[in-house]
Unconditional design. Structure first.
Length: 159
């Protein structure tokens, strides 16, 4: 009797490979618009995603990344009031969790305050980090600032 119950439970649970990737998508009504004085225009064909406390730019699906040994990507995050000169080593932690298969958690490099193209405006300053994703697939990216503000989204990664 116990053996039959275990078999039913084992076959009743879908495997990770059978799941689809719930890619985070931006629509005009749902996309985040950074508050003034930040530009609300996205820097490319993707979209802004998040809240005033923590937001990022998400590129169009799929996320194309590359590197000699691993899939690597640079990630930038903004928050209202961030000054890269005052917070050169921001308390930003980013992890990647594989959604469609079992895999170890991946941690990003330590974050740094960055400035884009010499731009000293609030929108030109961000918290930047890099992450090396070991294989293509569906990944959940989770960023946490000061252990308080969390931003989570899904991307499909291909080489």
């Amino acid at each position: 009797m116990v053996r039959e119950v275990i078999l039913v439970i084992a076959f009743g649970i879908p495997s990770f490979a059978q799941q689809t990737c719930p890619v985070t998508a931006g629509t005009p009504s749902a996309a985040f618009k950074p508050p003034a004085p930040y530009s609300s225009a996205a820097p490319g064909p993707g979209f802004w995603y998040g809240t005033r406390q923590l937001w990022t730019y998400i590129a169009p699906d799929p996320l194309h990344v590359g590197g000699p040994d691993k899939l690597s990507a640079k990630l930038a995050y903004w928050r209202v009031g961030f000054q890269w000169t005052a917070e050169y080593d921001p308390d930003l932690k980013v992890i990647a969790k594989r959604f469609d298969a079992r895999a170890a958690l991946i941690e990003s490099l330590p974050a740094h305050g960055i400035k884009f193209n010499g731009d000293d405006t609030p929108g030109g300053m961000a918290m930047g980090t890099g992450i090396a994703i070991p294989e293509p697939g569906c990944w959940q990216i989770v960023a946490t600032y000061k252990g308080i503000h969390t931003l989570s989204y899904f991307v499909r990664v291909i080489p």
